[in-house]
Design a protein around this ligand. Structure first.
Ligand code: PDD
Length: 283
């Protein structure tokens, strides 16, 4: 079945939707995006994603699309029209269409594209098996806190992981893990949950913020600091968070089993809490 997608104020069957070859998102990766999860046909953490979108746009001096205040309504319509029970809504804003030039164009209307993807997030086999992860150098630019569409290096990272018969890659800078290719990274040592502190070096995950809040509410100890590759190998547990995976256990890192080599109790508990809480708050 063909999806209905949203492009610049209009809804189209996906085959009929298009944007200009001069769009700066296409020519310069001059664009930002958000992925909002859907469970039970409802949106998770919508306010958080909207707030981060606003920040990404502002950091790049990119104007907000004129329909910014209608984004919830547009998301809901697409989820309903496409009958998405579980999956996500992808939103991309580009600086707009202008003849190719490094200098930003003036007074250009941003391009806005939104589409849905149905996906079985809850039933991923990785929940039970845990993920195998490799380390790769973090070769991305220095403003990883802005959610731009410059995803070539993360794509290369996932392909390197696949070639090594693994599920994903964690990126490493100066011996310390920054984050996963498309997720935030955590280790558990004793009773401590350790994840890198927020800075320009990592994306400020919406799932990360909620999971850390729930962990603290459940009296777990959270330490926000950089952790080394060696610490991962000797950790009791590891896991990732993102909108498209929630909380997902990591059981192997560069060929070394983490803890028992099975999904750990802290990761499992946090996944349960996250799903329950987000379900209750979904809109
Ligand atoms: N990725 N770090 C990176 C580099 C990411 O690309 C993502 C999200 C995250 C987690 O952020 P959040 O919890 O807000 O989803 C961390 C999305 C899901 C993607 O690119 O599909």
């Amino acid at each position: 079945m063909s999806r209905i997608v949203y492009v610049n104020g209009q809804y189209f069957p996906e085959e009929e939707a298009s944007i200009s070859i001069f769009d700066r998102g296409f020519l310069m990766a001059d664009a930002v995006y958000e992925v909002t999860s859907v469970l039970d046909g409802k949106l998770l953490e919508f306010e958080g994603h909207l707030k981060r979108l606003k920040r990404s746009l502002s950091e790049l001096n990119m104007p907000e699309p004129s329909v910014f205040n209608d984004l919830l309504e547009i998301h809901r319509k697409l989820v309903n029209d496409n009958q998405v029970e579980q999956g996500g809504v992808y939103l991309q804003v580009t600086r707009g269409v202008a003849d190719r030039d490094f200098v930003y164009p003036k007074d250009v209307e941003p391009t806005l594209v939104i589409f849905t993807q149905s996906k079985d997030i809850l039933g991923s086999p990785l929940v039970n098996s845990g993920m195998k992860v490799i380390s790769i150098d973090d070769l991305r630019w220095g403003r990883r806190d802005i959610k731009t569409v410059q995803l070539l290096y993360p794509s290369m990272g996932k392909m390197m992981a696949k070639a090594a018969d693994c599920d994903d890659a964690w990126m490493v800078e100066d011996g310390y893990v920054t984050e996963g290719t498309s997720n935030n990274a955590y280790i558990v040592v004793g009773n401590k949950i350790i994840t890198r502190e927020l800075s320009n070096d990592i994306l400020h995950g919406i799932t990360r913020a909620s999971v850390l809040r729930y962990a603290k509410e459940a009296q777990m100890i959270v330490e926000e600091r950089s952790f080394s590759v060696d610490e991962v190998k000797s950790a009791d547990e590891a896991f990732i968070t993102s909108a498209s995976t929630f909380v997902m256990p990591v059981v192997e890192f560069d060929g070394v089993l983490i803890g028992t080599g099975k999904p750990g109790n802290v990761s499992k508990r946090l996944r349960e809490i996250y799903i329950e809480e987000s379900r209750n708050k979904a809109i």
